[in-house]
Design a protein around this ligand. Structure first.
Ligand code: IPM
Ligand code: MG
Length: 371
């Protein structure tokens, strides 16, 4: 029997509530699975870590993340920490995890479950059956480029600078992941940048083209300007399969894609590093795309599906447990078909429920499917 280690970082706001539902599924797997067991530890990240330790992520928590088989992350931030120093804000904890673990490949699958086609703000025929994957570069670009500062000019005005930087190597490695993912799916890859305005876009286009030429057999590559990609996503999202893009465009395009699945509360994500040269294992962090939702935090209303689906991605990508991952996806589809709906995906005549009730329904369905 294999033992997998998981670090749970629930964070702030609804992060805590949605993580509790994953813990229940973990206990069930530990009780029932004959092939693998999970050991879990937890730590603080974000605002709760600022409150306890004065920093959004301690070195000790960082070390645990580096050592874990995978990290499962909830959400960070909230109005309580709006005034803390910029470099200590809750989000800095998440950015440090991404950067220090070198999690450059962020997979954000947007799948519209049949039962939710009506819950999207887009028309049923536009989103029904949607299954696309946004691959976001996660450790470079505007998020981490230097200088990043606000300076005061001689006349008293201020000037803010963010820098967008990409190197050949950074673009090539994310393009390789995009090509590999597209090959396993329908063989279609879109690369989105702004080469009409940005030098990083020019280089991105050049390197993705060359990488595809060298390694892209069987994959059709299409270049698209990022603004047009946003428009096309809303107009006809099913024309896409895999979209590879930079850190900032990926942040924005994935929020748009999320709404096609019915709600931001539905979208899981996986952030992966390069395979280890000896073991082949990748550092990995899994998190829902939604945030800490301070407006509904502590009320038991949050949708736990994105976090449960993120755990499913951990089973698939970190622990080689595709069977169990499929089972979780099936259980989610099952309870949606049974009519369970949290507030964010509520529709007429459906069973309105809260976080725990949704979690229990999924748990029951997983148990049934395992039997
Ligand atoms: C995301 C989030 C983060 C980001 C925030 C919380 C820093 O919006 O994961 O998409 O901007 O990357
Ligand atoms: Mg975002």
């Amino acid at each position: 029997m294999t033992t997998h280690s998981l670090l749970l970082l629930p964070g702030d706001g609804i992060g805590v509530e949605v993580m509790a539902e994953v813990e229940r599924i973990l206990s069930l797997l530990n009780k029932k699975s004959t092939s693998a067991k999970f050991t879990t530890t937890s730590d603080l990240v974000g605002g709760v870590s600022i409150d306890a330790h004065g920093t959004p992520l301690t070195d000790a928590a960082m070390a645990k993340a580096q050592a874990a088989g995978a990290v499962l992350f909830g959400a960070v931030g909230g109005p309580k920490w709006d005034k803390v120093a910029y470099h200590l804000r809750p989000e800095a904890g998440l950015l440090r995890l991404r950067k220090d673990m070198d999690l450059f490949a962020n997979l954000r699958p947007a799948i519209c479950y049949p039962a939710l086609a009506e819950a999207s703000s887009l028309k049923r025929e536009v989103v029904e059956g949607l299954d696309i994957l946004i691959l976001r570069e996660l450790t470079g670009g505007t998020y981490f480029g230097e200088p990043k500062e606000i300076v005061t000019l001689e006349d008293g005005q201020k000037r803010a600078v963010d820098t967008t930087v990409y190197t050949t190597r950074e673009i090539e490695r994310i393009a390789r992941v995009g090509i590999d993912l597209a090959r396993k799916r329908t063989g279609k890859l879109h690369s989105a940048e702004k080469r009409n305005v940005m030098k990083t876009g020019v280089l991105w286009h050049e390197v993705v083209t060359a990488t595809h030429k060298a390694h892209g057999t069987g994959v059709a590559l299409h270049h698209i300007l990022a603004d047009n990609c946003a428009m096309q996503l809303v107009r006809n999202p099913k024309q896409f399969d895999v979209i590879v893009t930079d850190n900032l465009f990926g942040d924005i395009l994935s929020d748009a894609a999320a709404m096609m699945t019915g709600s931001l509360g539905m979208l899981p994500s996986a952030s992966l590093g390069a395979p280890d040269s000896k073991t082949g294992a990748r550092k990995a962090l899994y998190e829902p795309v939604h945030g800490s939702a301070p407006d509904i935090a502590g009320q038991g209303k949050a949708n736990p599906i994105a976090t449960i689906a993120s755990f499913g991605m951990a089973l698939r990508y970190s622990f080689d447990m595709a069977k169990e991952a499929d089972l979780i996806d099936k259980a989610i589809a099952g309870v949606l078909a049974q009519g369970y709906r949290t507030g964010d995906i509520m529709q007429p005549n459906m069973r309105s429920c809260g976080t725990t009730e949704m979690g229990s329904a999924i748990l029951k369905e997983v148990e049934r499917l395992m039997a």
